[in-house]
Design a protein around this ligand. Structure first.
Ligand SMILES: C[C@H](O)[C@@H](O)[C@@H](O)C(=O)CO
Ligand SMILES: [Mn+2]
Length: 592
């Protein structure tokens, strides 16, 4: 792997009382062991998006004062540290030892012993962080432990993981690109790329290519021809074509449809190459194209200039977003349909926190129980009894979203390294590729259709921009549900039967935006949502705080919310203090 592609590491800073002549010496082993222990814990628990274990770097020595703090900072720079955790079992000198790097998410774990005052250091140093405008997370276990106890209590583990996952997400997206292929799709504001937001809040760059670049590569054969043959064969074997629902006089000929298959497979290779590059292209004499755009996420405009006369991006988007293709089971690429960059970033947040593939969907319809009875004659019951939301869009929903993988016997969407060949096959088998609705997509193509299995815990999020306020994040945890088949058929056929459907019921609280299922739909900030496996709202909240993005709507239990300690200075009402803190600090990369 080339140097620029190396993932950033977690840096661990063992902090010690600097008084030599007895005190420091008595603490050296305990302190360094605390660092080693936590590094081991992270390496066992956390993985990078490619499945490799997260790497940790420990300061060469314990840090008792500013010289050792500076040496550690140098080492962290050399080693590409993106997240920093200070650990200590004792009293040490706060501002003399603290991590002063303003760009790196940071936390301190102050050991709850009592022989030595680790918690006093924690409080003193957090006060220093607050005073100096360098927000830090504080981790303090609930129960007193024996000095030298190497066991990390569960509450501390949860905070360590929450902090590290979000911190890694911050560092993994930094210096990467969002690649826009095309421009604004059908007046969707999210596809009007706001590069200042990307630069200031995410540390990301925006790359832009005209859709004609995809056409040029198809015309000039700028893709790996061998891979294309392999991909086409695989597609024919694994992607079943569905019935053509277009009016007969509008249907594309068999010959045209066969050509469309070739076209969409080529598009898939090309969009991937545009994102990440491909050394094979250099061998073909296309050195510039071989480099790609360093994109961790992309968006394809499609509608309308492209889809009005060429096959749509649905196949490419769906396959790239999935955890498998003709090369086997692999890391999903994150691709937003309609070039909705704000939903692309929402997918990226979810993906970096979970390493799983993402569903991109229109938040299309709230079905009230009354409307369902009216239309189908069936009275919703059980999990559907208060109504449900229809998530459906052509294009970017991952095929993992079929819910045909399992975890502990229940439907799931897993990191790619946990997916079996059989599970991959099931996801493909329950997906049908219908000839695109030519009313919408005059140039044809193939849309993926599947029905998401019920019973999956999921979180839908969405980043929105509001003029005068800036970005905000909304989060709804809930479940996918099953409906009786006849009900599904009636509701589905009333919409777009060639697209994938997910029935979603958010967890309601009876208050505010979560008063009921209707109010969640009614409070959604745009036409799209990014849906991840798992209840990850708390991790999204931590990530948003690190990025200084306030959360305007969520249904996460208060006890799970973990933000930098400085947020407490902004008041007891958590939503208000989040807004005030984010405004006070402003975007991390804003002044750079
Ligand atoms: C085909 C249609 O234009 C859809 O793409 C449209 O409903 C959307 O997805 C809007 O976000
Ligand atoms: Mn859409």
């Amino acid at each position: 792997m080339s140097k620029t592609n190396q993932y950033s590491k977690i840096g661990i800073r063992p902090i010690i009382d600097g008084r030599l002549g007895g005190v420091r010496e008595s603490l050296e082993d305990t302190t360094m062991n605390m660092a080693k222990n936590v590094a081991k814990f992270f390496m066992e628990e956390l993985r990078y998006p490619d499945g490799s274990p997260v790497e940790c770097i420990i300061s060469d020595s314990c840090i008792g004062g500013v010289k050792e703090a500076a040496d550690c900072a140098q080492k962290f720079k050399r080693e590409n540290v993106g997240v920093s955790l200070s650990v200590t079992p004792c009293w040490c000198y706060g501002t003399e030892t603290m991590d002063m790097d303003p760009l790196i998410p940071k936390a301190i774990w102050g050991f709850n012993g009592t022989e030595r005052p680790g918690a006093v250091y924690l409080a003193a140093t957090l006060a220093g962080h607050n005073q100096k405008g360098l927000p830090s997370f504080g981790i303090y276990g609930r129960d007193v432990q024996e000095m030298g106890d190497e066991n990390i209590p569960k509450d501390v583990q949860n905070k360590l993981l929450g902090f590290a996952k979000a911190g890694l997400a911050v560092s993994l997206m930094r210096e990467k690109s969002y690649l826009a292929i095309g421009t604004v799709s059908m007046g969707i504001a999210g596809s009007e790329i706001q590069s200042d937001f990307f630069q200031s809040y995410l540390g990301m760059r925006n790359e832009f290519v005209d859709s004609s670049e995809v056409m040029r590569r198809i015309k000039h054969g700028i893709y790996d021809k061998e891979e294309f043959q392999k991909a086409l064969t695989w597609t024919k074997e694994n992607c079943a074509e569905g019935k053509d629902f277009n009016k007969e006089d509008k249907q594309r000929s068999r010959e045209q449809k066969d050509k469309d298959w070739e076209f969409v497979v080529k598009m898939t290779l090309i969009i991937r190459d545009l994102m990440e590059g491909n050394p094979k292209l250099a061998k073909m004499g296309y050195g510039e194209e071989a480099l790609g755009h360093n994109a961790i996420v992309s968006g394809f405009q499609g509608q309308r200039q492209w889809t009005d006369f060429l096959p749509n991006g649905d196949f490419s988007e769906a396959i790239l977003n999935s955890s498998f293709d003709w090369n086997g089971i692999r890391k999903p690429y994150i691709v937003a349909t309609e070039n909705d960059s704000l939903n692309g970033i929402s997918m990226l947040f979810n993906h970096l926190l979970t390493n799983t593939a993402q569903i991109f969907a229109d938040v299309r319809t709230y079905w009230s129980p009354e409307a369902v009875v009216e239309v189908t004659g069936w009275k919703p019951e059980g999990e559907a009894k208060n109504g449900f939301i229809h998530l459906i869009n052509s294009g970017s929903a991952t095929l993992d979203g079929t819910g045909r993988q399992t975890s502990k016997g229940k439907p799931a969407m897993k990191p790619f390294w946990e997916i079996s060949e059989e599970e991959k096959k099931d996801c493909l088998d329950v997906t049908t590729w219908y000839p695109a609705n030519v009313g919408y997509f005059r140039g044809g193509g193939y849309s993926s259709n599947f029905l998401t299995n019920g019973g999956m815990p999921v979180t839908m999020c969405r980043l929105n921009l509001t003029k005068g306020l800036g970005p905000t994040l909304q989060i709804a945890e809930g479940w996918t549900i099953n409906l009786p088949e006849k009900v599904y058929t009636i509701l589905d056929e009333r919409t777009d039967r060639t697209w994938p459907t997910t029935w979603f019921v958010p967890n309601v609280t009876g208050e505010g935006a979560f008063t009921d299922v209707y109010s969640v739909m009614n409070n959604w900030g745009s036409n799209h949502g990014a849906i991840s496996y798992g209840h990850i709202g708390h991790d999204l909240i931590t990530l948003a705080a690190m990025l200084r993005i306030p959360v305007n709507m969520h249904n996460v239990d208060d006890s799970k919310i973990f933000r930098p300690t400085a947020w407490n200075s902004f008041g007891m009402d958590r939503e208000g203090s989040d807004y005030r803190a984010c405004e006070n600090y402003g975007p991390i990369y804003g002044k750079r």
